[in-house]
Every structure is written in structure tokens, then in C-alpha cells.
Write a protein that binds this ligand. Structure first.
Ligand code: ADP
Ligand code: ZN
Ligand code: ZN
Length: 742
């Protein structure tokens, strides 16, 4: 007997091994083994088992078995294979992404011993005389309403465990244990209980979803519901119905760190059936959770993008909340997968309902609804009938002319409204989608911009830490130049606005006002972040300043003003999606205002005529999406075409250029309907010490409905050696359906 084993290496070949007799009955597809690869023993996964082998050389033997049971079932295995071919990534490497890193680690989560009163026995008086301590404990337990942790008896006795054991042996108490599920310390999943009576609109949507669930067929659905329309309550109800049918469910969330509210709701309804899956769990806890899910201990998994792989059996529904979010895309390492794409394939393989949900769907999903590839459910009304906020654009150029003040952070209009909110005891959120103090340090004489040594990108000044930081590679220096590196002028200027600057301006202007800031720098500390959110909810903070992290998912009753400090941020990046991103961000942020009381939104901009901002201000999504779609169509960009991006990178500029040209030549001639652009320098032409160029391959959907032509074109090119003879210092990354082309 022979097996094919895939290893997590970048080679595209699998290797054949002989199964030694002793393992024949134990080796199955999906089991991990150790086998010799070169001179080392390497862990791989069995991908096929057969009686014959075509390989004519000498077969090596499998050396060790790691698992007794497959660590993924057949359907998950099919998903891995699909990912391997769809994302042009070797199977072994896909497996490495799908399976938790240290699956073999032994780990048992800590438990808490519980004790509960049973009876006083036949002779309590005797017990009181002979063992007064035991009697005292028993007396105490008899008045408790439920089982209590044994450790809680510490205040009465010095060795509560021993006492409880003795009482148990006498049949007077019962002992029990609860497992302390691996959560992240500091996450408050305070259970949030609610009485829900669904509105008519919600009932209609739920009715449709139940029908789909009951049909037990793959059914991709776009749930397009305005912020506050009760999407979360819909998820809960549909998951409840799935569980009732003995099916399981996955809920994918973009940034779990900011969604304790949703997780809390789920915990309160489903209790310990819910597994939380995210990058902050320790390796051991992840491995444990994976195996528990395999064993059927959890029926619901909530998590960020990799939760899409949770090995649930009998999957009934996958929900992708905020489906337009880019954090669902894995950028590195390969496979560069998108959790939405994977969820759709997994749904197909499992005959499950896939709900893509958003207030601002991605243009792709919206288009798929227009083309009737997805069914479409709409929630138009905010729950409780809260009206939409009033949105105004503030023209910052006019503001400059009128006030004579340049580079104002907060316009007089925004100031005035903020003050009226403070007077009423209402709260304000300010969005500035740039962290740090100032994103540019520029010489006022020669124009030289201070950039990162690794990346050709301006360093951001962080005033609170007194550092210059690169937001790409993480490089930072406290060595802040006092003179220009090029011309030695000391006329250096900090330009632009980051969250820290907004914070400083507000602090200075409104000394009595309590302010908090949420961005990548402050959110790393989850307990602190949770405290900020709790304080804001309790009204102890008046102004919350933040990056896009505060734009989504947060639900605070008393916020009646959202200020977009700079609506232009990101608007002019050379990416065909930049407009869509800005629109979604502003629209989402606007949704934080006036969830219970009438609210307002102010968008400050230097480009008041920009259609993105105009339609965002009118909250006219349909109009903007139509404009954006016709632009995409004109330029033959997704969703009208399929796009694959080849990124060529290396430390030596000439080598990158030469090989980019070589690769480009090997790609022609291309079949009809397939366009090739480039090679061109990436917009971010140097990152982390590497030069970057890219080639884009576009395939128009009128020729290539499901992208198969594009895939087989690239597959053929790879098979005849597209990437052969690349020097080791040049790397090529294949990005299928890239979400960013910078
Ligand atoms: P979304 O996810 O669409 O932004 P949520 O599900 O967070 O909206 O709903 C907004 C608020 O309204 C939440 O506090 C939610 O609990 C509440 N809510 C929504 N629908 C109902 C309902 N039918 N009954 C009671 N409360 C509801
Ligand atoms: Zn200079
Ligand atoms: Zn850098």
C-alpha cells in the first residue's frame, strides 16, 4: 500500500511513500504522518491512499503516525483541495493555514470544582459534635441556591477540598466540575439578555431564511440591512433554528476585538455551545478548541476569518457579518484566501445557507444580487423607528477663507454642534482614519519627506510616544530629526492629521470634556479597550476618537453626533476600490449616530464636489453603487472581470524588473478576453526592504462567467514553467481576487 503525502512547503509536488505493515489499518486520508523528506523527518498530511504507485524509484517508508483519527473530515478536505487549486497554493501549505499550528499539543483547560448540598443525613447532630467543621460547611451549602465553587469555602475552612471530599464520601453533598473555556482574558462577554419581538420586516426576512435552512440546500444570500435594523437578532434566531435541526453554525466577524457586544448576545442565548475562535487564543487553546469541535462539543463557532475552517459537523449556516470588510482576506502567507469566497465554497460542499450580511455590501456581492446569483433580503428600517441622521458636508476650503485659519482640524461648524451636544449631555464620535499625530514630516525648503529605511513610505509622527513609526513594517525610531537629511534645513514641518492630533486639539479646546481614543495603538490592550467601550457606554466618556475601528458594529444609545474629521482620507489612492472603501466607511460611521434619538453627521472635506462624498452625505447608497458599477464596467475591473495579480518582489531592483519582464513575456499570447497589464511598479514600491512590481491579469466575465478560463490560463502557464528559473532572491506572489492593488 502507498500514500501520497503533502508537505507544507512551497513546492507543487506531493510525494509517494510506502506504508509499513504495522500502519496499514491506521492510515487514512486526513491523518498527519511523519516521513523522510531529504534528510529530515517532516510532518505532512495524507492526501491519497492506493494499492499501486506510478513512481518508479525506490519508495521510502512512512515513519510515524501523528493522529489516530483524521483531523479533518471529507468535506473539509475537499475544501482544502479547492483552495489549493483556486488560490494556486500547494495542498500542504493550505493545510498549514487551515489546521491550528500545534494540534498535537496536549492541553486540558483548567476546571473549577463545584459542590452542592444533597442532604443532612440521618444524624446531623452527631456530625455537629464529632466534626463541627463539616457540619458548618454542610449548613452553609444547604442554604445556597445552586452549586458553588469549592474554593469559595476558603473563608470557612482551610482545606475545602478535603472537607468536601469527606462529605461526598458520606453521601451528603455532590461534587461536579466545570471547564473554564479558553477565552481571552479581559474580554467581557457580559451576557446581554433581551426580549425580542420581531417586527414585520424582520419576520419576513426570517421566514425566507428559515425556508432556505429547511430546504437543506446551498443557498447564498445577501442580507442588506441598514445599521440598527436588527441583523444581529436575525443571526441569533436563524442559528437557534439551525441548532434545533441538529445543525451547526459559523458566525464570521471582522474584528473580534471590537465586537464583544455581539459575542455577549450569543453567549447569553447559546451558552457553552459557543466556541470563540480568533488569533489571540494561545496555540494550545486553539488546538484544544479544534479537537473539541471535531468531537461535537461545540455547535456554534464565532470568530474572525479563520473560523470559516472550524471543523463543525453538519454545518447548516455560515453568516458573514460586515461581508465587505477587507480583514476577511488573508494577505500573507499564501493561500491568499477570502473568507467570503471560502464560506461560499464550504456552503456548497455542505448544502448550507451562506448569509452575507451588511449595511454596505461589497460591490461584488451587490452585483451578484443584481445578476441574481445571490438571493437578496432587505431590512430597510432601523429597529424602534430611529430616523436616519442628518448629514452635512463642511467645505474646508470655504472654512479657511471665512476664518482665515489654515489646516483647521475641527471646523467652526463641527465645534458648534459638538458644544450643543455637550450641553445636552449627549455623546460624540470623531472618525479620523489615520493613527498617530501627523502622517508626514516634510522639509519646508527642499520638500524632502522623511521615509522608512525599509519601505518607501512616509513615517508617521506619534507625539504621545515621541516616535516616528512606519505603519507598514513596524519600524520605529525615537531619533526624530531636527534638520533635513537632504539639505540640512531646520525648517521641518509636520503635515496632516492623525488621531493623536485630534485628541490633543479637543483636549486643549474643551478642558472639562472626557476623551478616549481607539486606534491600532490603543486597541492592542484588549482589557483597556473593553474598559473604554464600557465607560463610553456608561456615559463617563464624552468624545470617542478613533480610526475605522470605531466605525462599525458599535451600538451606543446616546451618540447623536459623528464627525468625519477628514472625509478625503484614502479617496485618491490609486486603487480601483478607493472610492468604494471611503463610501462604506463614511456610511458605516454615520450609522453610529442617532440610534435612539435624532442624530447628526458632519463630513469635513477639501473636495465637497466629490461624488463619493456627496452620495455618502445623502446616504444614497443605490445611486453611488450604480455610479461605481458603471465606472468599473468602463474600466473592465471587478465585478465585471476576474482579476489575478502577480506580485514580483525582491531585494535587488534590477532583478525584480528583469524577472517581471520575463514573466510578462511568458504570459503572452493570452487568450481572447484576457487582458494583461504591466509589469508596473506597485504604488507602494518598496516595503520591508523589498522592491515590488506587479502584473494584473483580467478576464472579462462576458467571456469567462465563472473565472475558469482565467484559472486554466494561469495554470497552463505555471505548468510550462512560468516561474521556473527565478533566482532565490526574487519571489512571486499570486493573489486571486486581490482586495488591494497598492
Ligand atoms: P444591526 O446588527 O443591524 O446594526 P442590531 O441587531 O444591533 O442591528 O439591532 C439594533 C438594536 O435594536 C439592538 O440593540 C437590538 O437588540 C435591538 N433590536 C433589534 N430588533 C429587535 C426586536 N425585534 N426586538 C427588540 N430589540 C430589537
Ligand atoms: Zn530639505
Ligand atoms: Zn517600513
Amino acid at each position: 500500500m502507498f500514500v501520497e503525502v503533502a508537505f507544507p512547503i512551497s513546492s507543487y509536488t506531493q510525494f509517494t511513500y510506502r506504508i509499513p505493515k504495522k500502519f496499514i489499518d491506521q492510515i487514512h486520508v486526513g491523518i498527519r504522518v511523519k516521513a523522510p523528506l531529504g534528510k529530515r523527518l517532516v510532518t505532512g498530511i495524507v492526501v491519497a491512499k492506493s494499492a499501486e504507485s506510478d513512481y518508479s524509484g525506490k519508495h521510502k517508508n512512512i515513519k510515524e503516525l501523528i493522529d489516530l483519527q483524521p483531523v479533518m473530515d471529507n468535506k473539509l478536505w475537499k475544501l482544502v483541495q479547492w483552495m489549493s487549486s483556486y488560490y494556486f497554493t500547494p495542498v500542504g501549505q493550505v493545510v498549514k493555514t487551515v489546521l491550528p499550528a500545534k494540534l498535537s499539543t496536549k492541553y486540558t483547560p483548567p476546571t473549577t470544582g463545584l459542590v452542592v448540598y444533597k442532604s443532612f443525613g440521618d444524624n446531623y447532630e452527631q456530625l455537629q459534635k464529632r466534626a463541627p467543621i463539616q457540619a458548618k460547611v454542610l449548613q452553609f451549602l444547604s442554604v445556597q441556591e445552586r452549586a458553588i465553587p469549592i474554593a469559595a469555602l476558603k473563608h470557612m475552612v482551610s482545606s475545602p477540598n478535603a472537607v468536601c471530599k469527606t462529605l461526598f464520601d458520606k453521601g451528603l453533598v455532590d461534587l461536579d466540575e466545570v471547564t473554564n473555556l479558553p477565552d481571552v482574558t479581559g474580554f467581557t462577554f457580559s451576557k446581554i439578555h433581551k426580549e425580542i419581538a420581531f417586527t414585520n420586516e424582520q419576520k419576513l426576512v426570517l421566514g425566507e431564511l428559515s425556508k432556505k435552512l429547511n430546504s437543506r440546500k446551498f443557498s447564498p444570500t445577501l442580507l442588506h440591512g441598514v445599521t440598527g435594523s436588527g441583523k444581529t437578532e436575525i443571526y441569533i434566531e436563524i442559528v437557534r433554528q439551525a441548532l434545533e435541526m441538529n445543525k451547526s453554525a459559523i458566525l464570521l466577524l471582522p474584528e473580534i476585538s471590537l465586537t464583544p457586544q455581539i459575542a455577549g448576545r450569543f453567549r447569553s442565548v447559546f451558552g457553552d455551545q459557543v466556541a470563540l475562535w480568533h488569533s489571540r487564543l494561545s496555540h494550545a487553546a486553539r488546538a484544544w478548541t479544534w479537537k473539541q469541535i471535531c468531537a461535537g462539543q461545540f455547535n456554534v463557532t464565532i470568530g474572525a476569518r479563520s473560523a470559516v475552517f472550524a471543523p463543525l459537523k453538519n454545518l447548516g449556516v455560515i453568516i458573514i457579518d460586515e461581508e465587505q470588510e477587507y480583514s476577511f482576506k488573508q494577505e500573507s502567507p499564501a493561500p491568499r484566501y477570502h473568507a467570503r469566497e471560502v464560506a461560499l465554497m464550504r456552503g456548497k460542499l455542505n448544502d448550507a445557507v451562506v448569509i452575507m450580511s451588511s449595511a454596505t455590501p461589497s460591490l461584488e456581492s451587490y452585483y451578484n444580487h443584481v445578476k441574481e446569483k445571490y438571493s437578496y433580503l432587505r431590512l430597510n428600517k432601523r429597529y424602534g423607528g430611529a430616523p436616519y441622521p442628518q448629514v452635512q458636508i463642511v467645505d474646508m476650503i470655504k472654512e479657511q477663507e471665512e476664518t482665515g485659519k489654515f489646516q483647521q482640524v475641527i471646523s467652526s461648524k463641527l465645534q458648534k454642534i459638538m458644544e450643543s451636544k455637550f450641553a445636552k449631555g449627549e455623546q460624540v464620535m470623531l472618525l479620523q482614519n489615520r493613527r498617530g499625530f501627523a502622517p508626514i514630516l516634510r522639509c519646508g525648503d527642499c520638500g524632502h519627506v522623511e521615509t522608512c529605511v525599509q519601505c518607501k513610505i512616509a513615517l508617521t509622527y506619534h507625539s504621545h510616544e515621541r516616535l516616528l513609526k512606519c505603519h507598514f513594517c513596524g519600524y520605529e525610531t525615537s531619533n526624530i530629526p531636527i534638520a533635513c537629511h537632504k539639505c540640512t534645513s531646520i525648517n521641518l514641518k509636520l503635515l496632516g492629521v492623525g488621531t493623536q492630533k485630534v485628541e490633543d486639539v479637543i483636549r486643549e479646546q474643551y478642558p472639562g470634556i472626557k476623551i478616549a481614543r481607539i486606534d491600532f495603538d490603543t486597541a492592542r490592550n484588549i482589557p483597556a479597550l473593553t474598559r473604554i467601550l464600557e465607560k463610553f457606554a456608561a456615559g463617563e466618556i464624552h468624545v470617542l476618537i478613533g480610526t475605522q475601528m470605531i466605525a462599525k458594529g458599535l451600538d451606543f444609545d446616546n451618540v447623536t453626533l459623528v464627525g468625519i474629521v477628514n472625509g478625503d482620507t484614502g479617496l485618491f489612492l490609486p486603487d480601483f476600490r478607493s472610492g468604494e472603501k471611503v463610501f462604506q466607511l463614511i456610511y458605516q460611521a454615520a450609522g453610529r449616530s442617532g440610534r435612539r434619538k435624532p442624530g447628526e453627521v458632519i463630513i469635513q472635506t477639501y473636495n465637497p464636489d466629490n461624488p463619493v462624498l456627496i452620495h455618502a452625505a445623502r446616504l444614497d447608497q443605490k445611486k453611488y453603487y450604480n455610479i461605481a458599477l458603471s465606472e468599473r464596467q468602463e474600466l473592465n475591473y471587478p465585478p465585471f472581470s476576474w482579476l489575478i495579480r502577480l506580485e514580483i518582489e525582491g531585494t535587488k531592483k534590477e532583478l525584480v524588473t528583469t524577472h517581471a519582464d520575463k514573466i510578462r513575456k511568458k504570459l503572452s499570447p493570452s487568450p481572447k478576453g484576457i487582458d494583461i497589464l504591466g509589469p508596473a511598479k506597485c504604488y507602494r514600491e518598496r516595503l520591508r526592504g523589498k522592491y515590488r512590481m506587479h502584473i494584473m491579469i483580467k478576464s472579462n466575465k462576458t467571456h469567462d462567467t465563472n473565472g475558469e478560463k482565467l484559472h486554466s490560463f494561469l495554470q497552463d502557464c505555471l505548468a510550462v514553467g512560468l516561474l521556473n528559473r527565478l533566482p532565490s532572491s526574487v519571489k512571486i506572489l499570486i493573489d486571486v481576487n486581490p482586495v488591494s492593488v497598492l
